[in-house]
Structure formats: structure tokens, C-alpha cells
Design a protein around this ligand. Structure first.
Ligand SMILES: [Ca+2]
Ligand SMILES: [Ca+2]
Ligand SMILES: [Ca+2]
Length: 140
């Protein structure tokens, strides 16, 4: 039974990766750098529930994210390189607010007094994504 659950988790991770890639080719509007990954446990423990939230998007509540109530559950986060996130202790963007910078990783939200307390989030995408093509200026 445990082994079975293990394979389910592996399958979900694999499907998640494929889904992100498929979405990237189908929808050019999706910013593949604009996301936040949230974890039920500390230190990005992928054996416990974890979820990538694609931005830009505002979540007034985390009550039903892919079938799970994430209110007051998040204990660690990884922010995508093209996202900035504001998180709130109460739903509807109320209560104490905290800002996460692009690429920020927080292994223990208790260090920010936000452990098992976040109930709403705003995910914003950087206006200009990192440029990787700088050497294609044609010479006259
Ligand atoms: Ca754990
Ligand atoms: Ca938790
Ligand atoms: Ca709360």
C-alpha cells in the first residue's frame, strides 16, 4: 500500500512536469518563470503535499487548490525566478502581509512567523523576463 502511494506520487510529479511543458508550448502567454511552489511541510519536503501555483493570479483563499485545503498549511516555499508573491495570514488578502522576492526560497516559514498561517496570496509576474538573447544584433 505504501509502495502504491509512492508510485502515485512519482506519477503525479511526472505528469506535473509534462503538463507544464505542454502548457508552455500551447499557451505562449504562460510565463514559465512565474510561479510559487508551496509545501505542507518544512524544507521543501516532497514526500508531503506540495503544489506549484502558476501566476499571474490572486488567490483570495487557499481552501480548494487541486482538491486540498491549503489554508494554514504552508510551511516552506520556493518562488520562481520571474515571480513576486505577497502572502497574507487571513483570507481576502487580510492580516499580516509578507512579500517574497523572485527566486526566494524559505525552508521554514516559522522564521518569518508565517508557518501554517497563510490563507491568501497574490502572484505577480515580472514585467520584463530575463533576457537570454543578447547576441543576435546583425552587423551592417
Ligand atoms: Ca515530512
Ligand atoms: Ca503544514
Ligand atoms: Ca491564518
Amino acid at each position: 500500500m505504501l509502495l502504491f502511494k509512492f508510485f502515485i506520487v512519482i506519477g503525479m510529479i511526472t505528469m506535473g512536469t509534462l503538463a507544464v511543458e505542454a502548457a508552455d508550448t500551447e499557451m505562449k502567454m504562460v510565463d514559465k518563470n512565474c510561479w510559487i511552489e508551496v509545501f505542507d511541510d518544512t524544507k521543501y519536503d516532497d514526500k508531503d503535499p506540495h503544489l506549484i501555483l502558476q501566476g499571474p493570479k490572486d488567490y483570495a483563499s487557499l481552501k480548494d487548490l487541486q482538491g486540498k485545503d491549503w489554508n494554514n498549511e504552508i510551511e516552506s516555499v520556493i518562488v520562481g525566478p520571474g515571480a513576486t508573491v505577497r502572502a497574507y495570514k487571513e483570507r481576502d488578502f487580510q492580516g499580516t502581509e509578507i512579500a517574497f522576492a523572485s527566486g526566494q526560497r524559505v525552508p521554514k516559514l516559522s522564521s518569518l512567523d508565517m508557518s501554517n498561517d497563510i490563507e491568501s496570496m497574490k502572484i505577480a509576474c515580472d514585467v520584463s523576463p530575463p533576457t537570454t538573447t543578447s547576441a543576435i544584433t546583425p552587423n551592417p
